[in-house]
Design a protein around this ligand. Structure first.
Ligand code: GUN
Ligand code: FE
Length: 430
């Protein structure tokens, strides 16, 4: 396919905004040099010379953005889920991440993560590595080859990591970060670095301040965790007693970011009005991780409130606290969680509609990467082609119904092709 310019034909669905999904049955989707030129019922004359791939009745939806996933936790997903956050970290997660000092282990484990990322609904991801430079560079090398566009962070942690997962002090952690940035400078097209203080309990004040400075100096974005679990929130208040809330603690260290350099905060289950105000003021993104929040008995984040307040928000799988990298499953659990928040917690906070959840998985999280997550004119051409023909039905289904059905029952939705910026990076027939 020359210059990544072509036309796809099929059953097309994408978000116009947070409230509306546009669909075309037997529609045309135009890609010119990796950029979407729009979806059409009739193919405009000027695009008729482009090569056309007819996907028949298959669904074509925008690629999805996973705003929060831990690559080194992928291979232990789905086990050890009877603990809450802090015990889960010290019992399972930190000992597992310590193993990434061993490059043979890292190479193999990251090959499983990278290959499965290439095959799933995700076309963009924001990824935690471990504190190890060499293993994180290996992860970035492997991700670059997949064609998925990512931000990847070498994790910073100079306290409370336990044996084998702690940098000596702030100076060592900051030096390692600078060394990592130097080693990967100019090395990738699709893989970008992001500063990654694990969360406040893992990082001394000095380390946090140093990362805040580095972010401002180099224009580097930051990702971290915020207000996930009650014991964690209480611990942060002890560690940073002068803070008015957890988000303010990040603010005090200049790590909450700016509208032009937005920080991603995973979870925000316990974010109140004050915390929401801080997130909004800084243009921060909330990575909503409902699967993780259920598994670790963390709680349910009030995402309706975040959305209505105009705070940036997308979905994260948070593997391995979330047990799957499947964004469709993440959408379903997020829908169910928002319904239960309304029913069990606060009847004034309405559940998200299907349209709103589809928007979060595609355009909402995608906006972190620019014009990403829709088939509107000018968006990057990220698309997933899905065969749902084995989901038998006794009646004709609209495209909108088929997309909803796929989310509520993903078992027979088979990805056949995946495109990122117009390049086909996965085909089931390969
Ligand atoms: N908080 C700090 N580290 C982690 C992690 O690895 N997973 C989750 N879910 N929360 C965290
Ligand atoms: Fe996480």
């Amino acid at each position: 396919m020359s210059n990544n310019s072509f036309v796809l034909k099929g059953s097309i669905a994408f978000s116009e905004n947070s409230k509306d999904i546009i669909t075309y049955s037997n529609g045309y989707l135009v890609c010119e040099k990796g950029i979407c030129k729009g979806a059409f019922l009739e193919l405009p004359e000027k695009y008729k010379a482009l090569p056309l791939i007819d996907y028949g009745n298959k669904l074509i939806v925008p690629g999805m953005t996973d705003l929060h996933v831990h690559a080194p936790q992928y291979t232990f997903r789905g086990i050890g889920m009877d603990e809450e956050l802090l015990e889960w970290l010290s019992t399972y997660t930190f000992p597992e991440e310590a193993k990434y000092a061993d490059m043979e282990y890292a190479r193999k484990a990251y090959s499983y993560f990278s290959e499965d990322l290439r095959r799933c609904f995700t076309t963009r991801a924001v990824v935690f590595g471990t504190l190890h430079n060499e293993a994180t560079i290996e992860l970035m090398d492997q991700l670059e080859k997949t064609g998925v566009i990512t931000y990847v962070g070498k994790v910073n942690m100079d306290r409370n990591g336990g044996e084998g997962l702690e940098e000596a002090d702030a100076a060592e952690s900051l030096q390692a970060t600078e060394d990592w940035l130097e080693a990967i400078a100019g090395r990738y097209k699709n893989t970008m670095p992001i500063l990654t203080p694990r969360f406040i309990p893992s990082c001394s004040d000095e380390l946090m301040k140093g990362l805040g400075r580095l972010s401002a100096e180099k224009g580097l974005r930051i990702q971290s965790h915020l207000s996930e679990n009650p014991s964690e929130v209480a611990w942060v208040k002890e560690l940073v007693p002068e803070s008015t809330c957890y988000a303010n603690a990040y603010e005090l260290f200049d790590t909450m970011g700016t509208v032009d350099c937005p920080t991603i905060m995973a979870h925000c289950v316990y974010s109140d009005d004050l915390e929401m105000e801080i997130l909004k003021k800084h243009g921060a993104y909330i990575a909503h991780c409902a699967d993780s929040n259920m598994n670790l008995t963390s709680g349910i984040a009030p995402i309706r409130k975040f959305l209505d307040a105009g705070i940036n928000i997308g979905l994260g799988t948070d593997v391995a606290a979330g047990s799957s990298m499947n964004m469709i499953k993440t959408m379903l659990i997020s829908l169910q969680a928002s319904k239960m928040y309304y029913r069990l917690v606060d009847a004034d906070v309405k559940p998200l509609s299907f349209e709103e959840m589809f928007y979060l998985a595609t355009m909402g999280g995608g906006s972190y990467f620019g014009k990403v997550g829709s088939f509107k004119d000018g968006y990057d051409f990220d698309a997933v082609v899905i065969d749902d023909s084995k989901m038998y039905s006794m009646r004709d289904m609209s495209v909108r119904e088929r997309v909803e059905r796929m989310v509520y029952n993903d078992a027979d939705a088979i990805i056949t092709d995946k495109y990122v910026r117009g390049s086909k990076i996965y085909s089931r027939s390969e």
